[in-house]
Design a protein around this ligand. Structure first.
Ligand SMILES: [Zn+2]
Length: 86
């Protein structure tokens, strides 16, 4: 899992006053430790893991009326209809 946050921020477990990890100067932190991932989920829910990076050549359809986006054109077209009903 890859996390993104503010650069050079140290994440501390205040219950045991121990530093769990720190973001680097790009604001990135990566871990494959399932215990740590679980800990982050429970204790630092504002830290969201990054999604897998999408291939650059893949077209992304973005809705102009909300933050919906999809690589699937049909899903996008279907989605756009919900705005037209109003
Ligand atoms: Zn929309």
């Amino acid at each position: 899992m890859k996390y993104k946050y503010q650069p050079n921020v140290h994440i501390i477990d205040y219950k045991i006053l121990k530093e769990m990890f720190a973001f680097d100067d790009k604001g990135e932190f990566e871990t494959d430790d399932p215990k740590l991932i679980e800990w982050i989920k429970k204790n630092k829910p504002f830290l969201k893991p990054q999604e897998q990076e999408k291939p650059i050549d893949e077209k992304i359809y973005k809705c102009k009326k909300c933050d919906f986006e999809s690589t699937d054109k049909m899903a996008y077209v279907t989605h756009c209809r919900i705005h037209k009903k109003r």
